[in-house]
Design a protein around this ligand. Structure first.
Ligand code: SRM
Ligand code: SF4
Length: 574
């Protein structure tokens, strides 16, 4: 029988000499702002994507110019914790080489957009100086590891954060190509030799990934109940921390989550991770490695639409998958231990930590840090970073926590934020807006069918009018919008969600669980703004009148029969 044909990307990886390809030549080529086509795949492993300014595409085409190419670069911030010096450097690089904004992502990373090819090395070297890198920001490897962004809230949070860092370090690719191509052979810490696993023949080695890495992207998140603020069930691996007497005991391990799907292809679907069982903290790295290598060896390398772990689990069957993981890790999963998630949003405002310091959660609309007239968010945060001696924590909901503020510094932080109403802006919002997520979409995302980040705020202005009319302004409802069905704003976990079909038109989904434990379901198709408002108003009115005590919106729409509950990814389309 003929061998199945591998996808094009598999050949590109195999022939890339551990992700080098012709990237060095691509960057030097002065004739175009673009990279050579094969390098556009490889550069993702180094944390960058080639994009165009889509607002200008047709105008430039008419002028017979090539599209305005630039690169988006995703800076990896494991667990989402950055120092003030790192914040200041990202802020500066955004102005110097990017489009003057920072984008906080749904995976606790920071993206810079609009970087010209000729400035890419200087940008990477710029954040390298403060010990940040973008290696494995994207690509067929383990990505930024997410962790509840309040590590100082209790000793368990801190221990979980340390586990997330260990996972991130263990599964970062070992290739030296990143340092060779972008940093003239320097390591992240210039005083240290490059962390390398070169073999006796002097070539790179990837002990976990091998030469062709994984079949597709791979994501890991950790959460500390009752917060599911990293949406762990949307991940290839989700780790639920279990504590006993204030100490970290271990994790319930979930596997096989992933959200992307393609319109018109019901065999693609969002899927939540299944819990395999409990392991003590000492075994968690072994188990992660066993899951990653099972995916490496059993994942689909022919068709990238079916390459994610969720399809591997479906194909193998959950029991066979679990047995394979146990055998590879040399462990047995115990029965999962009890836990309870209450919500997937962020605690906003002041939170006292276990050591008497404070964390301050700020709502950042669409995760975009920029200066707007009357609302100089970027400049204010820069001013704060100059005096703040704690840290900056990125949340999985695109928000920002000013972390580890000492009681002495609290009035100074308050004064800086008060000057331009930045903190008040968080408190002023309806709970609906505070629980909103929009993916980037236009004008940079090459895959967007419709607006998201640039549109959701004005749509919420209108929905807020309804929310206020029915006295629901204090009721937290997760609302999410994306410009296509890939799921970057985790729309399938929105109690209300809009997914772009074409410019100005969205499918509307209802009924995800408020705590991230149930997917939603399609309610109406191809709605424009008038259609959205027409459809949402009676449902919100009904909710205001007929909800039971403390019932969440997602549960209510199912009880009232607006949509059927999705109980598994495989019945998402039913
Ligand atoms: Fe995503 C591709 C932005 C989180 C599923 N995602 C993209 C690209 C790179 C478009 C592309 O391939 O050319 C987008 C770049 C837009 C831009 O201009 O910046 C993009 N994804 C984002 C971010 C920035 C959205 C945001 O507004 O915050 C998030 C960056 C996270 C990070 O820091 O690493 C982001 N993407 C997600 C998530 C949510 C999550 O991981 O919790 C998902 C759904 C979960 C999942 O992976 O299943 C997600 N992105 C995708 C997919 C669909 C994957 C699939 O299995 O089908 C694509 C397309 C692809 O991979 O082919 C994609
Ligand atoms: Fe782009 Fe689609 Fe992801 Fe939004 S969901 S950032 S439109 S790929």
């Amino acid at each position: 029988m003929a061998e199945p044909k591998l996808s094009e990307v598999e050949y590109i990886k195999a022939n890339s000499d551990y992700l080098r390809g012709t990237l060095a030549k691509s960057l030097e080529n002065p004739l175009t702002g673009a990279l050579f086509p094969e390098d556009t795949h490889l550069i993702k492993f180094h944390g960058a994507y080639q994009q165009t300014d889509r607002d200008l595409d047709s105008e430039r085409k008419a002028q017979k110019l090539e599209p305005l190419y630039s690169l988006m670069i995703r800076i990896r911030v494991p667990g989402g914790v950055a120092t003030p010096a790192q914040w200041l450097r990202m802020d500066k690089l955004a102005d110097q080489y990017g489009n003057g904004t920072l984008k906080l992502t749904t995976r606790q990373a920071v993206q810079l957009h609009g970087i010209r090819k000729r400035h890419l090395k200087a940008t990477i070297q710029g954040f390298n100086e403060v010990f940040l890198d973008s290696l494995a920001g994207c690509g067929d490897v383990n990505r930024n590891v997410m962790c509840s962004p309040n590590p100082n809230e209790s000793r368990v949070h801190e221990a979980v954060y340390q586990v997330s860092k260990a996972i991130s370090d263990t599964f970062t690719p070992h290739t030296t190509a990143y340092y060779e191509v972008f940093m003239d052979g320097q390591s992240v810490d210039k005083s240290q030799p490059i962390q390398t696993q070169k073999s006796a023949t002097g070539t790179d080695e990837e002990p976990v990934y091998g030469k062709t890495y994984l079949p597709r992207k791979f994501k890991i998140a950790l959460a500390v109940p009752p917060y599911n603020d990293t949406d762990i069930f949307a991940n290839d691996i989700g780790l639920i921390a279990i504590e006993q007497n204030g100490e970290l005991l271990g994790f319930n391990v979930a596997a096989g989550g992933g959200l992307g799907m393609t319109f018109g292809m019901p065999e693609t679907f969002p899927r939540l991770a299944d819990i395999l069982g409990f392991v003590p903290a000492s075994e968690v790295l072994l188990v992660c490695e066993a899951i990653i290598t099972t995916q490496r060896d059993h994942g689909n390398r022919e068709n990238r639409k079916f390459s994610r772990l969720k399809y591997t689990v479906e194909r193998m069957g959950l029991d066979a998958f679990k047995a394979e993981v146990e055998q590879r890790a040399g462990i047995r999963f115990a029965e999962p231990l009890p836990y309870r998630f209450t919500h997937s949003g962020d605690p906003l405002g002041w939170v006292q930590t276990h050591d008497g310091h404070y964390n301050l959660g700020l709502f950042i609309e669409g995760g975009r840090i920029q200066d707007n007239p009357g609302f100089p968010l970027k400049t204010t945060l820069k001013t704060l970073a100059l005096v703040h001696d704690g840290d900056f924590r990125l949340t999985g909901n695109q928000n920002l926590v000013i972390g580890n503020i000492s009681p002495q510094k609290r009035p100074i932080v308050e004064a800086i934020l008060d000057k331009y109403g930045i903190l008040e802006a968080t408190y002023r919002q309806t709970a609906l807006r505070q629980n909103s997520i929009a993916c980037v979409a236009l004008n940079t995302c090459t895959l967007a069918f419709a607006e998201a980040e640039r549109y959701l705020p004005s749509l919420i202005d209108k929905i807020d009018t309804i929310v206020r009319a029915y006295r629901l302004e204090q009721t937290a409802i997760n609302i999410r919008m994306t410009g296509c069905p890939n799921g970057c704003g985790r729309p399938y976990l929105g109690e209300i969600a809009f997914i772009g079909r074409s410019p100005g038109y969205y499918n509307m989904y209802l009924g995800a669980a408020h705590n991230g434990e149930r997917l939603n379901k399609l309610y109406k198709e191809m709605l424009d703004e008038a259609g959205i408002l027409r459809e949402i108003e009676p449902v919100l009115a009904d909710f205001a009148r007929n909800r039971q005590h403390a019932e969440t919106f997602g549960d209510f729409v199912i009880r009232q029969g607006y949509v059927k509950a999705t109980t598994h990814g495989t019945n998402f389309h039913d």
